[in-house]
Design a protein around this ligand. Structure first.
Ligand code: NI
Length: 183
């Protein structure tokens, strides 16, 4: 089932998300719906707040980017109750976009490598170091769980230049090919 995607300016994108338990209602269906919604919108990741739920869940399938970033070859994962425990000091700048901010893409500086603890869709525990473009995508989605979006990382001048576009998104005036939830 396709879910509408919450757009920039909506307060749900600003809330801290909570861990869930194994008996969270219809979790497998929710994961399937998030993948379907993400693929239809041509995204490579989507986090639960973006479909209106403040829970610590995001899904990623970065495999379409394999030509630019060979490390994403098998990078399709579900992250439940994710917590980043370490970030590298080394950073890199990558162009990012977001299904909650259609039409905007900006360079964002993030750690090149992270250590993250999370559960997969079977509630198996993982404690992993993730690097390269995979780490960028994870940090972008993880930000959503903490009430952040990628433009929060931009400087004041850049943000001011984006003001018009951001207002257009929040008021439903930006062109978008999927169903949305406006603030
Ligand atoms: Ni995003």
């Amino acid at each position: 089932m396709l879910l509408p995607i919450v757009q920039y300016g909506h307060p749900i994108l600003r809330k801290m998300s909570e861990d869930i338990t194994k008996d969270y209602e219809n979790l497998q269906k929710l994961i399937a719906d998030m993948y379907e919604t993400m693929y239809k919108a041509e995204g490579i990741g989507i986090a639960a707040p973006q479909i209106g739920k403040n829970i610590r869940l995001f899904v990623i399938d970065a495999t379409p980017c394999v030509e630019d970033y060979p490390e994403v070859k098998d990078f399709k994962r579900v992250f439940i109750n994710a917590h980043i425990v370490e970030k590298s000091e080394a950073t890199t700048s990558t162009s990012e976009g977001c299904l909650s901010l259609p039409g905007i893409s900006e360079e964002v500086r993030r750690s090149t490598s992270i250590r993250i603890k999370y559960l997969d869709e079977n509630f198996e525990e993982h404690d992993e170091v993730i690097s390269g473009y995979c780490a960028i995508v994870v940090q972008h989605e993880y930000d959503h769980l903490d009430g952040k979006v990628f433009v929060d990382h931009l400087g004041a001048l850049k943000k001011r230049l984006l003001k018009g576009k951001l207002n257009a998104i929040s008021s439903g005036k930006a062109p978008v090919r999927y169903r949305v939830v406006l603030p």
